[in-house]
Design a protein around this ligand. Sequence first.
Ligand code: FMN
Length: 278
Amino acid sequence: MNKELAELLRLRFGYTTDIDADIPVEALLMSVLSRRSQRRYSAQPVPESLLAMLLACAQSASSKSDLQQYSIIRIKDAEKLNTIAQLIPDMPWITLTPVFLVFCGDIRRGQQISRLRGYANVNNTLDSFMNSAVDAALAMQTFILAAEACGLGCCPISAVRVRIGEVAALLELPDGVFPMCGLCVGYPASVGHLTMRLPPRVIVHTDRYDDSALEAELADYDARRENCYATTPERQLYRERFGVSGQYGWSEHAARRLTAREREQFKSYLEDHGFDLD
Ligand SMILES: Cc1cc2nc3c(=O)[nH]c(=O)nc-3n(C[C@H](O)[C@H](O)[C@H](O)COP(=O)(O)O)c2cc1C
């Protein structure tokens, strides 16, 4: 039994799991199980050679039909990064990040290839849009896991889609390319915080979907999280609409969050920029 691995599993779920912690590839597993978003970075620069290696790792991610329908834009220009940070003022960690990447879904490259090879491309569809988003997300997550294994910390920034028009114009994204998510990357200035997850029995179903125990599981999960990190009244979401709750667990937070529609302009943005979502 690897005690550190077992402890990471306990921290991840808030209880002692029955997952076998005696597994040989423990260094990688420990790094994955320790994963956490980092929003505070030291001034230590990220070496170019390491960044190149991590981008190669990102490109090692699985990709639907090997079509590689994504692009990664590195923002090196401080003024451009500052403009992005100003567009998203509630996330000041963007200004302080040593490296900022934008992972984009990209169906344009396939269209270019079809044209160059002289074939009709009949795959500007909702499915292709989703495949490009999944490819970009897998590349980003592979980058994150590799970066963390090398001592770096990352924070995804889907908020780039809140001001999608401005961000896309700044990065000169052509039709068929959209920003899926930004990513801050740097050496962590603090240990950060490991977030407790739902128990595997809620997420993983056997042979058929079954959420009959959800309500009871949520109550237990809320209580486990509350024991570790209680939400202060100031951090309760939409207090002006829903007041301060004495029972403010993860499920209350999630339910409150889901009362506000996010990024309503996203579909029309995509349709105006080369995506056919039928
Ligand atoms: C697709 C995606 C988009 C995210 N967007 C943001 C964001 O805009 N700003 C931010 O601070 N964190 C963002 N995050 C980080 C999540 O808030 C974080 O993953 C979640 O709270 C769980 O914490 P953990 O990553 O430390 O486990 C994003 C994460 C993902 C996967």
